[in-house]
Design a protein around this ligand. Structure first.
Ligand code: CUA
Length: 378
C-alpha cells in the first residue's frame, strides 16, 4: 500500500466517524421529549439562559484552537526541504496572555453561574405544592402529604404553580433496615428543571414549576445516576394540569376503593382472594390510596398511562404478563425470592419461575383476574 492509499484510507475512516457522530446526535432532534434546550419551566429556562452565551464563547475558543492546530499541522508539516522546521521555545508575553485571558473568561462566567445557583436554591413561595419523592429500585414514588395520596411512576402538578419536591432514597415509614434505604438516584425532568441527586440518609430539595401554558402536557423524566440493573428504565412522567383539573385529579385519587378484605379478614372478591393468596398486598398498597408501600401504590393504577417505571403501556395483556413474570419484562434481582421481599431481592418476584419448593406457578387465569381488578381501579 502506498503512502497515498494509507492517507486516503485514514481520510475515509475520519469521514465515517464524523458521519456516525452526526447520526447519533440527530437523536437529540425534535422528537426527543427530554430536551434541556426546550424548557417549559422557570428553572429549566434559567439554566438554559445561563448555558447559552458561554456555549458560544466555548464554540469560538474551540474553533480558534482547532483552527490554529490544523493550520500549524498543515503549514509546518514535514515535506522535502522542510524535514526539521525552525525550533522555537518560550514566549513570555504569549504565556502570560493565555493564562490571564481564560482566567478572566472563567471569572466572568462564574458571576451569573453563582447567581443562578442561589436563585434556583431559593425557598419556594408559600402556596407551593408539597410532594415527597422517594427513589426506589427502580421506580419513583410520589407522596402528597397535604392531600394524603400516594402514587408511583406518574404524577400530576398544577400549571404555573411552584412545587416543592423533597427527595429521598429512604422510606423509614416502612420500618427499618437496609432494604428500606436505597442507593443513590438522580431525579431529572429535563424540560422542567436540572438534575437533583437523591441520596440515602438525606432529604434534598428541588423546586419545579411548569409554565402556565403547559396545562394538558406531559413531560418525561429519567433517573440520571446509575443505580443498578434497571437504572436505564427508571423513568417517570409528570402531567401538568390546569388548576381546576388538578383539583379534580386529587379528588379522584383520594377516593378509596372498596376494601379487599372485610373486618374479619375475608376476601371481598375473587380477585381479593388471589391477591391474598399470592401476597401482593405485602408489597403493594392496593385499596388505600393514602399509604406508601414497598412497591408502587396500586389503588388508582388504572388512572396511569404506563406502568413498570413508564416501561409499558397499561394494557390487560401487558399487565397479565407482568403479574405472571415481571423479571422477564424488566431486569430485576429476584432470583431465589419467589414470593414477597427478602433482603437481597430487588424488584417484583416471578410467579412462574424460581418458585419455592411446594409452590405451583400462577395460572394465566389468576393473573388475568388480578389484572382485570387492577384495571378497574381508575
Ligand atoms: Cu435510579 Cu438510576
Amino acid at each position: 500500500m502506498t503512502d497515498r492509499e494509507v492517507r486516503q484510507r485514514r481520510g475515509r475512516r475520519v469521514l465515517a466517524s464524523v458521519g456516525g457522530a452526526v447520526v447519533l446526535l440527530t437523536a437529540c432532534g425534535p422528537e426527543n421529549r427530554q430536551n434541556t434546550l426546550r424548557p417549559h419551566g422557570s428553572s429549566a429556562q434559567k439554566i438554559l439562559d445561563l448555558f447559552r452565551w458561554p456555549f458560544w464563547i466555548a464554540i469560538l475558543i474551540g474553533v480558534l484552537v482547532l483552527g490554529a492546530t490544523v493550520f500549524a499541522a498543515i503549514r509546518f508539516r514535514e515535506r522535502p526541504g522542510n524535514e526539521n522546521p525552525k525550533q522555537v521555545h518560550g514566549n513570555t508575553a504569549l504565556e502570560i496572555g493565555w493564562t490571564i485571558v481564560p482566567l478572566l473568561i472563567l471569572v466572568v462566567i462564574a458571576v451569573p453561574t453563582v447567581a443562578t445557583i442561589w436563585d434556583l436554591a431559593k425557598a419556594p413561595r408559600a402556596n407551593a405544592l408539597n410532594i415527597r419523592v422517594v427513589g426506589k429500585q427502580w421506580w419513583w414514588e410520589f407522596q402528597y402529604p397535604d392531600q394524603k395520596i400516594v402514587t408511583g411512576d406518574e404524577f400530576h402538578i398544577p400549571a404555573g404553580r411552584q412545587v416543592r419536591l423533597q427527595l429521598t432514597a429512604c422510606d423509614p415509614s416502612l420500618g427499618s433496615g437496609a432494604a428500606l434505604c436505597n442507593v443513590i438516584h438522580s431525579f431529572w425532568i429535563p424540560e422542567l428543571a436540572g438534575k437533583q441527586d437523591v441520596v440515602p440518609g438525606r432529604t434534598q430539595r428541588l423546586v419545579i414549576q411548569a409554565d402556565r401554558n403547559t396545562a394538558g402536557r406531559t413531560f418525561l423524566g429519567q433517573c440520571a445516576e446509575y443505580c443498578g440493573l434497571s437504572h436505564a428504565r427508571m423513568r417517570l412522567r409528570v402531567k401538568v394540569d390546569a388548576p381546576d383539573k388538578f383539583d379534580e385529579w386529587i379528588a379522584s385519587q383520594q377516593q378509596r376503593p372498596d376494601p379487599l378484605f372485610d373486618k374479619r379478614g375475608n376476601a371481598t372478591s375473587d380477585a381479593a382472594k388471589l391477591i391474598g393468596k399470592y401476597g401482593c398486598a405485602s408489597c403493594h398498597s392496593i385499596d388505600d390510596p393514602s399509604k406508601n408501600s414497598y412497591g408502587p401504590n396500586l389503588a388508582h393504577l388504572a388512572s396511569r398511562e404506563n406502568f413498570a417505571s413508564d416501561s409499558y403501556p397499561l394494557t390487560k395483556e401487558n399487565l397479565t404478563r407482568w403479574i405472571l413474570d415481571a423479571p422477564s419484562m424488566v431486569p430485576m434481582q429476584t432470583k431465589g425470592c419467589p414470593r414477597g421481599q427478602k433482603p437481597g431481592c430487588v424488584g417484583m418476584p416471578s410467579f412462574t419461575k424460581n418458585l419455592a419448593p411446594g409452590d405451583s406457578p400462577m395460572s394465566t387465569r389468576d393473573a388475568e383476574t388480578i389484572a382485570s381488578y387492577l384495571l378497574n381501579q381508575k
